[in-house]
Design a protein around this ligand. Sequence first.
Ligand code: UGA
Ligand code: MN
Length: 242
Amino acid sequence: PTIYFITPTYPRREQAAELTRLGQTLMHVPNLHWIVADDNQACNDMVTKLLKKFGIPFTHIASPMPEIYRKAETIPRGVANRRAALNWIRKNVKSGVFYFGDDDNTFDLELFDEIRDTKKVSMFPVGLIGDYAVSSPVLKEGKIIGFFDSWPSKRKFPVDMAGFAVNIELLLSHPNASMPYKAGYEEDQFLRSLGVTIGDIEPKGKSCTQILVWHTQTTKKPVPVLKFRTRPDNSLRELYEE
Ligand code: UGA
Ligand code: MN
């Protein structure tokens, strides 16, 4: 089966570095299609050019976050663009497995071997998430019976976006399945909308004993607004920050 790897991304000064590191990981994965979903009015040229360098099959689509959510107290990041990627899959794909791989996470190549044969939904540990070092399903006698996560918050599936993979036939059989614009509850409500039950979930990552994906985060800095001072002859004198 082909893995459809969905990456929401947005313009900021760290973006090219994140996508370069991720693209150079994905170059090692056979039979993978990269869906890069730009949180932007239109596809960013810089991103399209970068994606071509890796030589992996990719689709670059754009779908901006609606303005009302940008002003929210806790912003639901990457929802509009992940929704657009799911719609692209619904229109263009009949079978395979999809996975949400944020542009700043770190992926072990073994993860791809583990999730490729997902029958319905598979789940596995994610490292460096929340207040604990790991978020993971809890198993008893090989079956998932619960979850270990630093923020359960009445969620049926207290898991991170990077902690599950889904068979595309399950998505196609739930045409109304969708991700909510509700920060913190995107994963749980999306999985519920797919009709997932705890008994359906296939543990991966060697029965959830291995961390094969990390929720790494890059320190962010805003792009400074730089202005020029010019000499009387109009030549450049210096840059200064406003
Ligand atoms: C955590 C979860 O791991 C994400 O899966 C979840 O989407 C996010 O919280 C959330 O719901 O807020 P975190 O590291 O805190 O992730 O968030 P980011 O890495 O900043 O964003 C998650 C993804 O959305 C990234 O791929 C990022 O490029 C993208 N994003 C972020 C956008 O597309 N637009 C934005 O305005 C911000
Ligand atoms: Mn992140």
